[in-house]
Design a protein around this ligand. Structure first.
Ligand SMILES: [Zn+2]
Length: 168
């Protein structure tokens, strides 16, 4: 997982969807790998110009990894060659291969294995909601999962559903 991807991830737990404190996810016990890629100034400028990268989140994250090369704030016209090259390295060449990400709001831990983050959030509160929904699901024989408020929860609901099927 590149740091560019990490910069797009936020905790989607039900209790965190209404807060802005669910980003950036804090990297914990991570293993990093650097894979060099060809520098593409146009791509980076497009990335930074479009507001796709959350600067505050990026600075906080790379500082937690011990890199303090980025300034606290930056304007688009300050994106000189020097900063763009640093961004190229930080966003595109650093890969997190193993470790975890912790939500600053609910402390949920998302694991990263073989470079892939597991964004399915199963927390005790949502599990209870899901189990209740599953009972409703079975009693109504509706084919619709009643949990539609967020995709990760729906995914974990289907996992619970699979568990339930095993128990039946
Ligand atoms: Zn959270």
């Amino acid at each position: 997982m590149r740091l560019l991807t990490h910069n797009l991830l936020a905790c989607s737990a039900r209790t965190c969807l209404t807060t802005s404190n669910n980003f950036p996810l804090a990297l914990k016990d991570v293993q990093l790998e650097v894979v060099e890629v060809e520098y593409n100034e146009g791509f980076l400028k497009g990335l930074m110009g479009g507001g796709k990268v959350d600067w505050r989140g990026l600075v906080q994250t790379v500082r937690s990894l011990g890199d303090s090369s980025l300034p606290e704030t930056v304007n688009e016209d300050e994106l000189d060659d020097d900063i763009l090259k640093k961004l190229h390295h930080l966003l595109l060449e650093i890969h997190v291969t193993q470790g975890a990400m912790v939500c600053p709001n609910c402390s949920h831990v998302f694991t990263i294995r073989n470079g892939i983050p597991n964004m399915v959030s199963i927390e005790p509160r949502s599990c209870r909601v899901q189990r209740r929904s599953l009972v409703l699901w079975f009693s109504s024989r509706s084919l619709q999962c009643s949990l539609t408020h967020c995709v990760p929860l729906v995914r974990s609901c289907s996992q619970l559903l699979a568990d339930h099927e095993v128990q039946r």
